[in-house]
Structure formats: C-alpha cells, structure tokens
Design a protein around this ligand. Structure first.
Ligand SMILES: Nc1nc2c(ncn2[C@@H]2O[C@H](COP(=O)(O)OP(=O)(O)OP(=O)(O)O)[C@@H](O)[C@H]2O)c(=O)[nH]1
Ligand SMILES: [Mg+2]
Ligand SMILES: [Zn+2]
Length: 295
C-alpha cells in the first residue's frame, strides 16, 4: 500500500518519514536514486510503501515535485529561512550572513535575520549597530535571548503558518531557540551535559519539527563557509535589495558599482543610504566571483 508523507530526518541511508497522522516510518530509498537520480532531502513530500507496519518500516518509492530546494542547509520545500547569528560569542561574520541572505534572495526564499544572545549586549550597542547595517536590506530583523527568554513571542509570530528552515554558524543558539519554541521535542544543545560529561553537542543532521498546529521548523547543522561560485558576478547585486534597486541608474550598463564613474550606488553609499558593511560584502562577493572565472 502506498502512503504519502514527509521526510523529517535522514541519517546514514535511512529516511524518517512522517505520515499525515504523525506516525514515523524508518525508510530506505531503494529505487529513487537509480530511477530519478535524486537524493531525498529533509522536507521532501514522498510516496512510500509500508514494508512492516508493526516495526514501522517502509521504502520511499517516489519524491513528489519540490517547491524549492537549498544546498546549505540541504532541505526542500521551505517557505522561508530564519538565519540566526549571535551578537557575540561567536562574533558575527557579516560576510557569511550577507552571502547567505543573497543566496536566499536569489533563490526566491524570504530570509529573516535573528540575532540571538542579546543578554551579552547589555548596553544594546551591538544591536544598534546591526539595526543600522540591515535597515535597507528588506529582511525582517529580530533579536532574541534564549537565556533571558526575550523576543520569543515576536519570533513565533513570524513562524506561524510557515515551514521555516533555520540556518547559521555553529554555537549561535539555533537548537536552543528551537527548544524554546516547542515543548515536546528537546534538541540537544551545546551545553556540557553533567550526566554524560561527553562535551558539547552540535547538531549533525537536519530535522523537521512541528511547532504546534500550523508551523514547522527545521533544525540544521551549523556551517562556516558559503560561496557564490554557482552564480554569475552580475547576479550578486540582485541579492542586496538596497543595491539591486538602483539597477538602471548608473552611467554604464552592467556597472559593477566598484570602479566606474557616475555610479548611483556609490553616490547612495556616500550619502549613507547604503551601509558600508553591506557594500563591502557585495564588493568582496563580486571580486570572489570574478576571480573564479579566470580558471
Ligand atoms: N548567553 C547566551 N548563550 C546562549 C543563548 N542561546 C544559546 N546559548 C548558548 O550557546 C551555546 C550553543 O547553543 P546551541 O543551541 O547548541 O547552538 P547551535 O546553533 O544549535 O549550534 P550547532 O548545533 O553546533 O550548529 C550553548 O552553550 C547555549 O547554552 C543566549 O541567548 N545567550
Ligand atoms: Mg544545534
Ligand atoms: Zn554603479
């Protein structure tokens, strides 16, 4: 008998598929690799055959068409991405954040920025700095502290009715935030466990988690680098709303907004309409993309 379900986790060649009632089957994906040459992703809607009802085992027969898919994190069918950084510990890597955001914009997936660990920014100086950098970016911006349970309701409101993938570097509090958002499942976080004393826990597998009735969130492993190698340098400006909006305003068609005269982007930068931090990310990404073309 064929059932439909959604892949909620994939570990070592097994896929955990939840049916509409929430029963989870441990599935293999024999056939789909060979037949369709696609690798199942967490978030995929699938048709699967139940092999053993008692033992809750099955086999994925078909991956249903995807609305979208991401490479990093490797997930499918998301409505939006919540990219989490810490205000400090670890220090935010703005280049990495801007690369992630640009990739989302170019993929057509709304990106929400969350800065966690506001408790480490007692005077609010870091939050203020971050606000001014992302003011023109078009991305929703929220601040949270899992330690002081701040900003959680605001975040919840943004997640309602959506399937959201979480993304961000290791140690910023992704799993801690998800734990606060849902009571049932506890993701293991980076605290040193007193019982096992095995050290920090870091998320190694993406997992889809239901948050109440109508929201889903994907906890994902942290990443340390991202590139734009799969894009053309001309595309990058479109990944920055505050730069891309001036597309046709420069003297030269195809202006890189770096060395050319009569460049409206450089004018807006000088006027303070575009943040220097964002512009620098853009330039670095553009140069990196150009570099790759030489080889
Ligand atoms: N001060 C402070 N520490 C926090 C906060 N949120 C999380 N932490 C701590 O940050 C560390 C990392 O938290 P995790 O939730 O495991 O981080 P993660 O982003 O899931 O990390 P990976 O799974 O490795 O990608 C833990 O020691 C948490 O206790 C916060 O709001 N404030
Ligand atoms: Mg984690
Ligand atoms: Zn220009």
């Amino acid at each position: 008998m064929r059932e439909t379900g959604r892949i909620i986790k994939g570990i070592a060649g097994f896929y955990y598929v939840a049916d509409p009632q929430g029963h989870v089957y441990e599935c293999k994906a024999k056939g789909v690799f060979r037949k369709d040459a696609v690798k199942p992703l967490v978030g995929d809607a699938v048709e699967f055959a139940i092999v053993d009802e008692e033992g809750k085992k099955g086999n994925i027969e078909k991956i249903l068409p995807r609305k979208n898919e991401l490479l990093r994190p490797a997930v499918a069918n998301v409505d939006q991405a919540l990219v989490i950084f810490a205000l400090k510990d670890p220090e935010p890597n703005f280049r990495l954040l801007d690369t992630f955001l640009a990739r989302m914009v170019l993929t057509g997936i709304p990106g929400i920025i969350c800065f966690n660990k506001t408790d480490l920014d007692a005077d609010g100086r870091l939050a203020l700095q971050v606000r001014s950098i992302y003011r023109g970016s078009g991305h929703e911006l929220v601040f949270t502290s899992t330690k002081e349970r701040k900003g959680i309701a605001e975040l919840e409101a943004l997640l309602k009715g959506k399937c959201t993938t979480v993304a961000g570097p290791s140690g910023v509090g992704k799993s801690s935030l998800i734990n606060l958002l849902q009571e049932d499942v506890q993701m293991e976080t980076g605290c040193i466990s007193e019982k096992t004393a095995r050290g920090k826990h870091t998320t190694r597998h993406s997992e889809l988690i239901a948050l109440g009735e109508d929201a889903f969130i994907l906890d994902t492993p942290g990443f340390t680098s991202l590139s734009m190698d799969d894009y053309e340098k001309e595309d990058i400006a479109k990944g920055f709303a505050e730069i891309g909006r001036w597309e046709n305003g420069c003297r030269f068609a195809g202006c890189s907004h770096i060395h050319e005269p009569d460049c409206i982007v450089k004018e807006k930068l000088a006027e303070g309409m575009i943040s220097r931090q964002r512009y620098e990310s853009y330039v670095a990404m553009y140069e990196q993309c150009k570099e790759k073309r030489r080889y």
